[in-house]
Design a protein around this ligand. Sequence first.
Ligand SMILES: Cc1ncc(COP(=O)(O)O)c(C=O)c1O
Length: 477
Amino acid sequence: MPLVKALIGYAGQNIVRFHMPGHKGFNIFPRDFLDNLIALDITEIPGMDNLYLPCGVIAQAQMLAAKAFGADHTFFLVNGSTAGVLAMIMATCRPGDKLIIPRNSHRSVWSAIIIADVNPVYIQPRYDKENCLVTQISAQDVERALDENPDAVGVMVVHPTYYGLCSHLEKIEKIVHERGKLLLVDEAHGAHFIFHSDLPPSAGELGADMWVQSAHKTLPALTQAAYLHVKGDRVDLRRVAQIIAMLQTSSPSYLIMASLDWARFFMESEGKPLIERLIHEVRAVKSWLQNHTGFLIIDDYEKGEEIAALDPTRLVLDVREFGITGYQAERILREAGIQIEMSDMYRVVLICSVADDKRAFDILIKALNNLAKRLPDCKVGKKTSYDNMSISREIPRQMLSPREAFYSIIERVPLEKSIGRICAGIIGSYPPGIPYFCPGELIDKDGVEELLYIQRCGGVLFGVEKEGLIPVVNTKA
Ligand SMILES: Cc1ncc(COP(=O)(O)O)c(C=O)c1O
């Protein structure tokens, strides 16, 4: 049982978790829930309602969630925000429809576009060149995209990003709704926002028509637990319900659904003071780092006008000053008993939640202090090679729709030999972490050269297979 062994081994190491799920492995769940975990894993027996035709306890739990999150209707999801993103797009777009999406969308957006045969109109998010960080889309860019595409169905926004960056969603909402379009929000990382006024406003408060939240990322809920919320009358609820039933398992986990009910109840009853404490703890770590070490935090970056707010519970540390990469910092922290959520070339990203106690933050400060002290020994001199990195601002020419490209005869060619071909995958790099080429787009020389340059500098390419091959359309087949 290699997987069972590995999981038990990880749990036994008592590693401090700054990664999701937001319950952090602690006994934050009610005793009755924990003691009966296996007994509670049931199926749709009488009295337990049915996720896809709810009229009993699931309907009640969803109603309470809708009230708590400011929605008119909430759907429980057992396949994460991934299912919610798919459902939002599939329920609102017909084949051939245009949807405006940021280029830094989650990959589930492309899955939906391919399945539903939607034509994406991309908005390139702004790029902080100094810090090699993709930030957010601006309200002006949304306005321009809508003016140029008056036939688009709506706009999708990521709010906040993995790094906790929020766009001016309130301005975007006005622009979108003035034109009678739909506002769909991927709030996978912002399920906690509604529970405290010191957090950025949530998509529901800012007028989204539909928004999805991964409860498992920032709330005490089980992995895969997510909410899909709908507000107003622009979206056909019955259509959404039908699509969710198509996308998810016909045997939804009662444990996951119960954890959605629990997370809502817990946050409503105890969330506010716990978030207050969390913001305080994260702020204390940040100011300690600023005063005692050379760590830069994302809060120190100069913010562009496209950024409205930062999630104060997200800890993003920049390790460039020490001459190491974020990947190396992640490894060093793991050796010190801390597992973070994600690293990129420059930074480490830590997910903090109401389940983190003071002890976790104390251990973190100690580990970061040790790391800062030993860093002169592990300098790798990467910093300068990245100083001038940019991203191509031009979005490549769309030759085929993503669906046409996906269903073409595909061949695999080395990236360096792909110039002039039509991309059949999603190819990009970290940094900057957004696709250079999406399905159906013409692969150009500048883009390929930039990707190869980033790779030479130590950046990581995504969408490129082990042998350095990428999928392209075989136009001769
Ligand atoms: C912005 C964004 N949207 C959607 C998702 C998908 O969420 P889930 O893992 O709940 O399916 C993720 C996952 O990391 C994400 O970062």
